[in-house]
Design a protein around this ligand. Sequence first.
Ligand code: GLU
Length: 312
Amino acid sequence: MPTDFNELTQRLPHLVETCRAYATQGRVATYIPELAHAPQLALGITLRHKSGLTATAGDCGIPFTLQSISKVITLLLALMDRGEQAVFEKVGMEPTGDVFNSMLKLELVQPGKPFNPLINAGAIVVSSLIDGDTAEHKAERVLRFVRDLAGDDSPSFNESVFRSEEATAYRNRSLAYFLKDNKVLDQDVEPTLHVYFKQCAIEVTCAHVARIGLILANDGVDPSTGRQLVPKRYVRIAKSFMVTCGMYNASGEFAIQVGIPAKSGVAGGILALVPGELGIGIIGPALNDKGNSTAGVHLLRLLSEQFDWSMF
Ligand code: GLU
């Protein structure tokens, strides 16, 4: 049954206030020092329906950085730049069940080749596949693409978050050197990481993320203009990864409890969508022990139950 968007708009403020309580159980990410300043109890959501209707509630206006949500966007861009074969020569299609920045399976199972593009190792390889003459040019192209998908030129790089991650990314550097050593990464490590840290530091609000979700929900077509922004086949690939790997090593549980494609980031953002219907952007900086927005996941669970969103 299609979602009754008017009903949803009415119920939304109450649902957000109910779920905000869960934020006290989570913790804001601190391993990127600049992220530690995020408001722990914030919770906001924007939903954009393909009819043009928008619903918002809570702290949906607060800016946050995409972090891992950017991995979906660079995957789409790399597929558009290089094609499917070139991308999947370098990165696999399987979930890992490990934490997002794990080194474990890189060495154990399939030397060098990351399991999927939504873990850090895979995303770093994908960043290296973005077309561009310099690292800065590649990062600018990612930003341009985010703005196109968001339908708005206001997303930009948060330089403090970028510098904060660049100065402390010991784990990501070690992953990248390991990939380089295994010849999975053809480009140099530092310029590749520059692109990766920059894409993670793109600052948005829930409205932008909801619009990106709407484009994915609508098979790559902007419903307001009819323009195909991303080929349908690549959107299908991205949505499949969101279902199997988008919520870190809680993706299986999320598929059971919520049942829609979603991707979270360590700043507390979630990009989600109801296929064929609407896009969703959430911010809730307090994370649960799997690294997902604790209040945000509860909110999606309630919405999915009440509006029967599960694809399964
Ligand atoms: N920039 C973050 C990192 O690489 C992104 C991780 C995430 O959001 O999961 O550690």
